[in-house]
Structure formats: C-alpha cells, structure tokens
Design a protein around this ligand. Structure first.
Ligand code: ACO
Length: 339
C-alpha cells in the first residue's frame, strides 16, 4: 500500500481579485515634488497616475482585500486553502507577511510564505504553486502579488519616482484531475550578474559586538535604477522568452487572446507586441492608472480584464514578468474561472 499522490494533475485558474490604495497621485501633483511634467511622464512611460498606500492602509490589508475578492469569485471559503504564496519585495515584516495574510483572511489550514522575485515575483509564485498542485500534494492555493514600493522609492529622484505605485492582486488555483490544464507551459530565468542595474541594497554599518567581533547593522537604501539598461534588458529578454515559450508549447502568436505583461512601461509593451505582430487591442494595459506596481501588476491587470468581461473562460493568455534580480519569466495561461 502506498500513499504516493497521483502525478501530474492539471492546474485551473479559478478566481482573481485586486485592491489598490485610495489615494491616487497624478503626474501634475508629482510635479510639485520633482522637476517633471505630465507630458514627459506620459510620453516616456504611458503613466498618468499611481496609487500610494496611506496612513490607514498596509500591504497586508491590501493583500487580504485582493485575496478575499479572489476567494469570493471562486466561491471558496478561506479554510479550504492548502497554501498561500505572497509574492512581494516589500513585506510589512522581513520575516514574511504571508502568515499575517493567512491569519487575516482566516485560512486556518494553509501554510503561508513569501516569495521574493521583484517584478517577476507573481509569475514565479504562480509557477511555484503549480508544482504543488501538479504533484498532487495540494488542491487549492492562493497566490498574491503585492508591493508597496512607495516605501523604498527616492521621492526626490525624478528618474525613478515617477514610475512606481502600490497595489495587490490575487489568483486562486486548483488542481484538476480530469485532464484540463490552464498552464500550457512556462520558462523562468535569472541573471544575478546584471543585478546592479536595478537594486534595493542593504547598507552596512559595522558596530562593535564583543572583543574584536563586530556586527553589521543598517537598513535598506532607496531603489537604484539604471533606467536605460533596464529598458534594454526588457525589450531584449521579454520577446526572446516569449518566443521560446511559443516554440516550446507549439502555440502561435495568432492563437493568443491576450498579451499580459508586467506593466513597467507602455513603450516596453508596445515593443513586445510589435515583435509578435500582436494588435494593440490584445495587449492588456492599465499603466496609465497605476504605474508599475511590481509583483502586483499582472494580477491587478488580470482582475480588471476578467471583471470587465474582456478575458472570458477559455481565453489563452501569454504572460511575462521581468524585473530586478535580474529575473524574468513567461507562462502560457488559460482562464477557466469559477467552476
Ligand atoms: N521628468 C523630466 N525629465 C526627466 C525625468 C522626469 N521624470 N526623468 C529623467 N528625465 C530627464 C533626464 O534627466 C535626462 O535629461 P538630460 O538629458 O538633461 O540629462 C532626460 O530626461 C533623459 O533621461 P533618460 O534617463 O535617458 O530617459 P529615458 O528616455 O531612458 O527614460 C525611463 C527613462 C522612462 C526610466 C526609461 O529608461 C525606462 O522606462 N526604463 C525602464 C525602467 C523600468 O521599467 N523600470 C522598472 C522595471 S523592472 C521593475 O518593474 C522593478
């Protein structure tokens, strides 16, 4: 007698949700802080406004709101979850915010931990979740992508501060044993040798401990970004990994219903769409309203498009996340929606 689980179940995308802070800050308002203009920001990035976490809000609270909306869409109770993955680089607690989220939504049976891969974090977490489902170890998983980069932005650096915003998005996934599979394929990549083009480094002060021993103490710097290098990285690697994914899965660009990319810059979205001759009408974008919300961009966009009826059951979606690390990945997804 063996209790080995059945192997290679499929993965179903059952529900999504999102939450954004109440306060929206327009480009013109930012112009009161740094020397910039609405025209410059819109023409270089496509961004018109961003939401920023306020006094009464938190990353964990936004994550919980997004998670509850996803659970409600799927028709699941929180105590049916086996696992929660919180993709974030900006936790409320460096030891991890996923357990706080778990407690807040009442997912009493679920294990919970953070996944850190910057703007690729959500995609990396979805792929991680899929492995637990595929091997039969778990049935229901919540993946949340949430970031509060406003904590770490240098608000006096106009080259970077105009880009970022705060948000949370959630997706609930279920194992399927009847052959259905919403994850058609994926590829993940990392290149730490190029990590210094976009980083949030820890600064080290050395303080005496005992005798000749010292210990390091410090905090994190602000986001440091070489915008042009990040741009070149994105327009080179994202088309390449999507191309490789299409080849691997045997899918063609014409078969895609939607291109759902990490929302970093409209010019990056346009360049990738052009490379695959995908019409603008199939390229999902909400950059104008939210800017780059890091790990939250993909589920935030997904949720908007599912709820307004653009994405419908059975639609095929090519998604790519990319960012600090450097890290990048792509997945071919299908939206099933609630059972
Ligand atoms: N307002 C007005 N002028 C500005 C601003 C601003 N906000 N920012 C820079 N400038 C000026 C610069 O000072 C420079 O002026 P100078 O020539 O007198 O020195 C000029 O505009 C050009 O600056 P560049 O940095 O060359 O501008 P560029 O065209 O490269 O655009 C941008 C900058 C928008 C940041 C672009 O490089 C980009 O989008 N890169 C990708 C960044 C990104 O997506 N990062 C995050 C991705 S990963 C993740 O999501 C974590």
């Amino acid at each position: 007698m063996t209790d080995l689980p059945p192997r290679c179940a499929g993965v179903l995308l059952r529900g999504c949700g999102s939450a954004t802070p109440a306060r929206s800050i327009s480009n013109d308002e930012l112009g009161d802080r740094v020397e910039t203009s609405d025209t410059w920001i819109r023409s270089r990035t496509g961004i018109a406004a961003r939401r920023i976490v306020g006094r009464e809000e938190s990353l964990t609270a936004l994550s919980a709101k997004a998670a509850e909306a996803a659970l409600q869409m799927a028709g699941w109770s929180a105590d049916s979850l086996d696992l929660i993955l919180l993709a974030t680089s900006t936790p409320d607690d460096l030891f991890g915010s996923a357990p706080r989220l778990q407690a807040r939504i009442g997912a009493v049976r679920a294990a919970a931990f953070d996944v850190t891969a910057a703007c690729s974090g959500f995609l990396f977490a979805v792929i991680t979740a899929a492995q637990y489902l595929r091997c039969g170890a778990m049935q229901r998983i919540l993946v949340v992508g949430a970031d509060q980069l406003s904590r770490w932005v240098d608000w006096d650096d106009r080259r970077s501060c105009v880009l970022f915003g705060d948000a949370a998005g959630a997706l609930v996934l279920e194992a399927s044993i009847d052959g259905q599979d919403d994850l058609g394929g994926f590829l993940l990549r990392s290149d730490g040798s190029r990590g210094d083009v976009l980083q949030l480094p820890h600064h080290r002060d050395h303080l005496p401990l005992v005798g000749s021993a010292s210990h390091q103490k410090g905090g994190f710097e602000s986001i440091q970004m070489n915008g042009q290098e990040v741009y070149k990285f994105a327009v080179r690697e994202v088309p390449a990994i999507l191309d490789a994914l299409l080849q691997k899965t045997g899918a063609s660009a014409e078969q895609l219903d939607w291109l759902l990319l990490h929302q970093a810059n409209q010019r990056i979205l346009d360049a990738v769409a052009e490379r695959f001759s995908i019409p603008q009408s199939k390229v999902l974008s909400n950059l104008a309203s939210y800017g780059n919300t890091s790990a939250a961009t993909i589920p935030l966009m997904l949720d908007e498009a599912v709820r307004d009826g653009r994405i419908q059951a059975g639609h095929r979606i090519a998604s790519s996340g990319f960012g600090a690390g450097l890290s990048w990945g792509a997945a071919l997804l299908r939206w099933s929606g609630p059972a």
